[in-house]
Design a binder for this molecule. Structure first.
Ligand SMILES: NC(=O)c1ccc[n+]([C@@H]2O[C@H](COP(=O)([O-])OP(=O)(O)OC[C@H]3O[C@@H](n4cnc5c(N)ncnc54)[C@H](O)[C@@H]3O)[C@@H](O)[C@H]2O)c1
Length: 225
């Protein structure tokens, strides 16, 4: 298992946990928005592990939470660079290796914000909408190679991204903000990382061998209305 991130301390800590469980794993410092770093790291992964079978495009940033007319070009571009170009670059450099393996699975983290609108984080919405359709296009392009491509659409999941988003939005009592956020979901609470991880495990496994170009929505009912 290969981990890519820009937070080296957290990456090393997770790597330590995986190795302690007996997993074969390594961590690479990769900014997914920088093509040279992506290409070099993916090639190293394939050579170290003897091939590539699954790519999870999970890296993402929320970006600024201001209305469209108050966002700078630079702020807009950074969100697209990580959330959209990052998916493009990792996919681009994984394809040859996946083909060599006889196929595989690409799982792209979109969002409920790639399906429905909300009056916040405009660059993020644009980026996640793009990821939704990039997934379908790549599913069609590479189906003949046995490479499946799907998008995952989480509702609000309690992670550092959501904590930062709430703080940025002015929340001072995080517990109260979490409960309030949970009320947006018919199931009445925000999700946990494992709720998404099990969906990713399904899409990575052969249990989903007939699933490509689709959207796995895991959102506590948020988009059902
Ligand atoms: N948490 C949610 O409610 C939620 C909802 C819908 C979709 N998502 C999506 O799920 C994915 C994971 O989100 P999360 O909530 O765990 O966020 P998070 O901020 O907790 O984790 C994102 C990870 O991406 C890494 N990252 C950021 N920029 C990077 C870059 N340029 N190169 C490499 N790594 C980079 C961060 O260091 C971090 O480890 C994201 O794509 C996010 O948009 C999250």
């Amino acid at each position: 298992m290969a981990l890519f991130d820009v937070q080296d301390d957290a990456g090393d800590e997770l790597l330590g946990e995986l190795l302690a469980w007996g997993a074969e794993a390594n961590y690479w410092h990769v900014d997914v928005a920088v093509e040279d770093q992506v290409r070099t790291a993916i090639d190293e992964v394939a050579s170290r592990f003897g091939g590539l079978h699954v790519l999870v495009n999970n890296a993402g940033i929320a970006g600024v939470n201001r209305p469209t007319h108050e966002i700078s070009e630079q702020e807009w571009d950074r969100v697209q660079a990580v959330n959209v170009k990052g998916v493009f670059l990792c996919t681009k450099h994984a394809i040859a290796h996946l083909k060599r393996s006889g196929g595989g699975s690409i799982i792209n983290l979109s969002s409920i914000y790639g399906i429905v609108g909300a009056a916040d984080v405009p660059p993020y919405h644009a980026s996640k909408g793009a990821v939704r359709l990039m997934s379908k296009t790549d599913a069609l392009l590479y189906a003949g190679d046995g490479i499946r491509v799907n998008s995952v659409h989480p509702g609000y999941i309690w992670t550092p991204m959501v904590e930062h988003h709430l703080r940025d939005s002015g929340a001072t009592d995080l517990d109260a903000a979490r409960i309030e956020l949970g009320q947006l979901h018919p199931l009445g609470h925000v999700g946990e990382p494992d709720d998404i991880a099990w969906g990713v495990v399904y899409l990575a496994s052969d249990e989903s061998k007939f699933v490509t170009g689709t959207e796995l929505v895991i959102d506590g009912g948020y988009t059902a209305r």
